[in-house]
Design a protein around this ligand. Sequence first.
Ligand SMILES: NC(=O)c1ccc[n+]([C@@H]2O[C@H](COP(=O)([O-])OP(=O)(O)OC[C@H]3O[C@@H](n4cnc5c(N)ncnc54)[C@H](O)[C@@H]3O)[C@@H](O)[C@H]2O)c1
Length: 336
Amino acid sequence: MSLRVGVAGVGVMGAHHARNLATAISGAQLTAIADANAERAAAFAQEYKGTKVHADPRSLIDDRGIDAVVIATPEETHAELVLACLKAGKPVLCEKPLAANVDACLKVVAAEVALGRRLVQIGFMRRFDPGYQTMKKAIVDKRYGAPLLFHCAHRNAHAAAFLSRDEMLIRSAAVHEIDISRWLFNDEMARATVLAPPPSGKDGLRDPQMLVLQTVRGVVIDVEIFLNAQFGSEVNAELVCSSGTVSLAAPVDAVLRHEGHNGPVVPQQWMPRFETAYLVELQAWVRSVERGEPSREAASAWDGYAASATADFCVASLTGGSPVTITLEKRPEFYA
Ligand SMILES: NC(=O)c1ccc[n+]([C@@H]2O[C@H](COP(=O)([O-])OP(=O)(O)OC[C@H]3O[C@@H](n4cnc5c(N)ncnc54)[C@H](O)[C@@H]3O)[C@@H](O)[C@H]2O)c1
């Protein structure tokens, strides 16, 4: 029987996952949704007939007709809902971040360790992107020697309205680069410096920002976060090793010749860049639930904690104007 999945929150990200479950993922079926916006939930259920609608994610999690849950509600609801999934013994794919603050992340980690079963996956989908996977393989195979530097740029055309505070560029956007760096180098960040030019955007937002991080083993990482870059959305990364480099190649839909310009079109939206990664992530999660063991690539609750805690140190550097040393809690053996 295919896995009966409930999706909590059918806004931008949740609707995307729910549509993928309904149309593209094998071994699973979209069974129910819940959203605080009743009109949005009803419109979605109208599009995907037979989908049960719950008024509240807690009743979706407790629904005996649901085997596993995707959480895509706003971050301040995540910890409570993930804890409810653990209590119900249901596997959960929770969108990043794991929780709105580090204490809440650690509460989830403690609850999962106490349960003794790995039920939580965090939606850090870049780990499933073919470009980053090629980088990871090059590092693991030592194909171009030792990794030394990692240059990243994360630009959106226009920031979503909720990204209105300086720290959110780090906690909501750069957290993807933090997670992918931890995963690529199988290492934690040891120190960080975050700088920003004087505010140039609307409402005094410090955008762009530049993060410089160094891992415990010494790889140096720079990350430009620019969420109102105007011209379009792109994610660039170049890995520099001792005898070669690996760069992400942006997927190209079409090449345009127009008014003196000849080249690829820069996407205006952020979501299409990781279309494949979102699909592979969801499929890997479904397969891992079938097998009863976590996907090797996927981010665990511990990874969710480590990414959020590292992001908090970066925020401290931005607000304090000086470099910071990063220290994390000791990783439980359970996540080894
Ligand atoms: N992995 C990624 O690339 C990525 C990209 C975008 C967003 N996200 C994450 O996905 C999550 C959702 O972001 P979004 O952009 O889809 O937001 P959104 O505002 O578009 O959607 C959130 C939905 O949750 C509903 N909701 C709010 N509070 C609720 C509650 N208490 N109970 C039930 N429903 C509730 C809202 O009505 C809305 O439909 C966030 O954690 C965000 O960080 C991840």
